[in-house]
Design a protein around this ligand. Structure first.
Ligand SMILES: Nc1ncnc2c1ncn2[C@@H]1O[C@H](COP(=O)(O)OP(=O)(O)OP(=O)(O)O)[C@@H](O)[C@H]1O
Ligand SMILES: [Mg+2]
Length: 288
């Protein structure tokens, strides 16, 4: 099915930072099964992630959202179709135009190393990349300050709340200055109030970073608050049912949720999603 609706022109990256376009072309993925039917997780997904923009992906549980992120990340190979990465205008001049971008991921689980301090957790990727101690610690401190965790550098993950640990996860991704930031339900495990604060913080961070970001979420509010474009997926096998431009002004905050345009977008997306969730319940619940 072709995408419905049109996406507005995406604002250019505000900092001139490196940004990458991701083109997903007729991608499908079938998980084989030793017993019974294989699972068609994705069927013929085509979409485009604009450089420096935030694209949210929303769809019923099990429709293949995480599978799509794993394909983009390079952890899963599609059964058919292909991906193309196109280097953005701010890209390093030595870079081949279609090489795989530098990506980092924030998953729902915090995945911090319990035996490392917060600073060393954030600095881990830089350490692996061979960055010297003084520089990696300075960059990790700056990343922690961006998520309001200055002063917690010497603590261990067990000494922090869930919301703080997820902010560490965000700092750990941002410190790498990724060209492509992948977020899979980053706030799914958090309480509602913590989630609101982190959504506002993430909105501010993505507005200044200029990174291309892909956010998988179950929350329509989160998608509208954070994204430039929202892709609504169908029930499994997942396809793109609609592509919706979010033309709300930035900076956005919780006050944005009281804008009548916010309500209109919410209702539109809820209407699309509701049909798909009912369809997913019918097939998954019916044992098909
Ligand atoms: N490794 C795997 N082997 C077999 N089937 C899998 C595997 N991973 C996922 N699936 C199946 O593929 C489908 C899509 O899964 P996926 O995790 O991508 O969905 P999702 O949209 O991220 O769901 P949720 O919103 O619940 O996180 C599901 O039916 C799932 O059971
Ligand atoms: Mg998932």
């Amino acid at each position: 099915m072709p995408p419905v609706g049109t996406a507005a022109a995406v604002p250019a990256a505000s900092t001139g930072a490196v940004a990458t376009t991701v083109a997903v072309e007729q991608v499908g993925l079938v998980f084989p099964s030793r017993s019974g039917e294989p699972t068609v997780a994705l069927a013929d997904v085509s979409c485009h992630f604009a450089p420096g923009a935030v694209t949210a992906i929303i769809g019923p549980s099990g429709c293949g959202k995480s599978t799509l992120l794993q394909i983009i990340r390079g952890f899963l190979a599609p059964t058919h179709g292909r991906l193309r990465f196109v280097a953005g205008p701010g890209d390093a001049p030595h870079k081949a135009p279609h090489s795989t971008p530098h990506m980092t991921t924030v998953w729902q689980a915090f995945n911090l190393f319990p035996w490392r301090t917060i600073l060393d957790n954030v600095a881990f990727g830089l350490e692996v990349a061979g960055v010297g101690r003084a520089e990696r610690e300075a960059r990790a401190r700056a990343a922690l300050a961006k998520v309001d965790l200055a002063g917690f550098e010497r603590k261990y993950p067990r000494q922090l709340s869930g919301g703080m640990r997820q902010r560490v996860g965000l700092a750990r991704a941002l410190v790498m200055e990724p060209e492509l930031l992948l977020l899979d339900e980053p706030f799914g495990a958090l309480d509602a109030q913590t989630r609101l604060v982190l959504q506002e913080q993430l909105a501010a961070l993505v507005e200044t970073s200029g990174t291309t970001a892909i956010l998988v979420t179950h929350s329509i509010e989160e998608a509208v608050l954070l994204a430039d474009t929202i892709l609504v997926m169908t029930a499994r096998p997942g396809r793109i049912a609609a592509e919706i431009a979010v033309d709300l002004p930035r900076p956005r905050s919780m006050a944005t949720t009281r804008d009548p345009r916010f309500a209109a977008l919410f209702d539109h997306i809820y209407g699309l999603l509701r049909q798909e969730v009912i369809r997913a319940m019918a097939t998954e619940g019916g044992g098909a």
